[in-house]
Design a protein. Structure first.
Ligand SMILES: Cc1cc2nc3c(=O)[nH]c(=O)nc-3n(C[C@H](O)[C@H](O)[C@H](O)COP(=O)(O)OP(=O)(O)OC[C@H]3O[C@@H](n4cnc5c(N)ncnc54)[C@H](O)[C@@H]3O)c2cc1C
Length: 409
């Protein structure tokens, strides 16, 4: 059997590892548009900060170890499900018995001019390498970042740590507006400003100005701001252009069922490229985080081999690792609020019908695993609600939950 995986990010490489666990003989071809071994984008920040190549998280020789036919620097341009074939940028056609789409996403901004050369997509290692090299060669004094979502904030911290002046535009009244409540966002903002990052809230980027290259940013009132480099980070756009016109169902990302199968026979999708079901709300959307990509890569591979594995649903969760203090956000921000601030740490829980619907933490995230288990298992917290924010709240609770019956699931 010939299985083709498009993409060598966390979803693609996990799919390949899983396939090998079950089938040592399968002919597995893995394609990546990037000229690198498989890498994990989140670890690029640490790599550029420290020089440690932790982004090659599986080792640079992982594709050899797995016996893959790995072809890097090759872009898939079209998909023909009726012929079980894809077209590559070389013009060649590659046929498959099973196809796993793991093409991930690009950072973008939905404003005019954002596709001009000179606007960096920091999701791609090629683009990020070029940008950081320009910084190191002192060609970049001032970077502008459109958007202060969690990836934009991480990029701002990195560039500031490399000595760059950073201006970050955010149209909302707080940083990470989709993930953080106002109080936690203020803690993040204080840290960012403490590092000298110029965060401009309530500032909408209107258009990138430039003829052949990005030269300036227009904001409200026709004001233009200059920069040496511009990074688009208002959100992620799935890399699914190659599937347009193929007949497979796609919205913002590729549509999949609960087995991560697309609407075309023998084609599966995983990671940032796919629209998957939220494990709590049941909504389908692109859940662009690393743990989801890994879990989905595994399930897509299993089902492509004919196993019958239902995907348990995607997590909605983000964390900031390089801010100086740990920050974590998970789930929704609605319902009853419990909050505590002590010893420089802040915790806020959102409860709906006495079940944890979401939580936000800054300074101390040690209880995050317990809150997450309670949230994902939809456990009623009525009998120990008063203890949820106490300093010692932790794993003992999970153990007692496993043993004792009074908690209703
Ligand atoms: C700076 C940064 C920090 C992040 N921090 C975190 C974090 O702390 N925690 C977290 O959970 N998530 C984080 N993320 C998000 C995380 O990186 C993604 O969710 C994850 O990489 C998705 O994995 P993926 O395999 O679906 O796609 P990707 O990692 O995007 O990989 C896609 C692959 O597909 C290839 N490809 C794309 N199009 C084509 C094509 N047409 N033909 C051939 N190959 C193609 C690409 O070359 C690449 O190999 C961060 C992202 C960035 C950029």
């Amino acid at each position: 059997m010939k299985i083709v995986i498009i993409g060598a990010g966390p979803a693609g490489i996990t799919a390949a590892e899983t396939l090998r666990q079950y089938d040592r003989q399968a002919d597995i071809v893995m394609l990546s548009s990037e000229p690198f071994p498989p890498y994990a984008p989140p670890a690029m920040i640490e790599y550029f900060m420290t020089g440690r190549e932790s982004h090659f998280w599986k080792g640079k020789d992982i594709t050899d170890l797995l016996g893959l036919d790995y072809r890097s620097g090759i872009r898939v341009e079209a998909l023909h499900p009726d012929q079980h074939a894809i077209r590559l940028d070389s013009g060649k056609t590659l046929v498959y018995d099973r196809l796993i789409i793991a093409t991930g996403s690009s950072l973008h901004a939905s404003i005019p001019g954002a596709d001009l050369p000179g606007v960096y997509n920091f999701k791609s290692l090629s683009a990020a390498e070029e940008l950081v090299q320009r910084v190191r060669q002192k060609e970049v004094e001032h970077a502008m970042i459109i958007g202060a979502g969690f990836i934009g904030v991480e990029i701002a911290i990195l560039l500031r740590s490399l000595g760059v002046e950073v201006t970050q535009l955010e149209m909302a009244d707080r940083v990470m507006p989709l993930m953080l409540d106002a109080e936690t966002a203020q803690i993040v903002l204080d840290q960012m400003e403490g590092r000298g990052i110029d965060v401009r809230l309530n500032t909408e980027a209107k258009a990138v100005v430039g003829d052949k290259r990005a030269e300036a940013m227009e904001i409200e009132g026709g004001v233009t701001l200059s920069f040496d480099v511009l990074i688009a980070a208002t959100g992620v756009r799935p890399n699914t252009q190659f599937a347009e016109g193929s007949g497979i169902e796609a919205g913002w990302g590729i549509g999949v069922d609960d087995h991560l199968q697309t609407t075309a026979p023998d084609i599966y999708a995983a990671g940032d490229a796919a629209e998957t079901e939220d494990r709590i709300t049941g909504e389908h959307y692109v859940h662009a985080i690393f743990p989801n990509a890994v879990a989905q890569g595994r399930v897509a591979a299993q089902n492509s081999l004919g196993l019958d594995i239902a995907y348990e649903g995607a997590d909605s969760m983000n964390s900031l690792k390089h801010l100086g203090i740990p920050v974590m956000a998970a789930g929704r921000m609605e319902g009853e609020v419990l909050r505590v601030r002590s010893n420089g740490a802040f915790r806020k829980l959102f409860l709906v019908n006495d079940r944890i619907a979401g939580f936000r933490m800054a300074g101390d995230t040690s209880a995050a695993g317990v809150y997450r288990t309670l949230m994902n298992k939809k456990i009623k917290v009525t009998s120990f609600k008063h203890k949820l924010l106490s300093p010692g709240f932790g794993m003992g609770v999970i153990q007692s939950l496993a043993l004792s019956p009074p908690f209703s699931l």
